[in-house]
Design a protein around this ligand. Sequence first.
Ligand code: FAD
Length: 311
Amino acid sequence: MSVLVYINSNSDKIAKNAFEAVTYASKIGDVTVVTNGKADDTMLAELGKYGANKVLVDRSFEGIDEQQITRMVATAAESTGAKTIVFSNDLIGKAVAPRLSVKLNAGLVAGATDVPKEDGTVAVNVFSGKAHGFVKVNTEKQIIALLPNSIQPEASGSEANVEEFSGNAGETKVKVKDIKKPEGDIPLPEAELVVSGGRGLKGPENWNLITDLAEALGAGTACSRPVADSDWRPHHEHVGQTGVAISPNLYIAAGISGAIQHLAGVNRSKVIVVINTDEEAPFFKAADYGVVGDAFEVLPKLTEAVKKFKA
Ligand code: FAD
């Protein structure tokens, strides 16, 4: 069975969720990847290691205009005859998959967490990760948007063939004036260790408590939504239902109450450590380790301990 995967390759490296989507698709059928932009052939050929047989690259346009990408993926679906089209359920996937679903009259499974069962049923995340649903589409074609961090990328195969392709993407009405890259070396969805702060930190002037610990650990930094809404931290650090979903090996949350909308983005972390003055804070119920204490005292001690341990 032919499976088509869209990946975004518009930056200088392919993101982890693209490898996840290709690995996922390889468990369903023969994988063709479609992408656009300037990504070099060597980088795209690497996708073969994750299970792609072929990579179609449309070099006629760059960027992430969802209408152009929708048209390109629709053309690729037609030319490959793929009945299953896989996206990562990231910001682009969330914008393109529903459009493509209408265009191809294909059922959409959004937020998939596992490969389809024999009868075609797919497990999905519902109620912000509080429960699993099971979806089976009854259309000839189906689109699956895979929840980032649901599966591990698996590299074992050889390089894929990379072919130039015309996706009839058409024109865009969107003019990109500037692209601002997030600060920091570790993109949050890919960080193995994350230190995160909430309103309990009282203000942006105290954020060195978070960044010092993150630096000592070699971790990424995150925050709760009100922190980003108040401009204490940039929006790309906001995790949760309306922010980034992460599943690091370690998530340290200081001064965050643990509202359900926050947990929705972090409850797939392997180990959760919560630091909060209020022993009744809901986050403690989701924590593997809890410290009832003042973040202003606990965080510097933790940073010192990590530095000593690493010395
Ligand atoms: P607070 O709820 O104010 O909690 C602060 C915590 O800090 C308290 O538990 C307090 O005991 C503790 N504290 C205070 N002082 C200290 C100290 N010195 N040391 C240690 N602890 C201390 N939120 C998200 O985070 N992400 C989302 O994606 C998101 N999406 C949302 C979507 C919708 C539709 C809605 C309605 C809400 C959403 N929210 C989201 C908001 C969410 O409901 C909470 O309001 C928010 O997560 C609370 O942020 P907080 O824990 O930083 O602040």
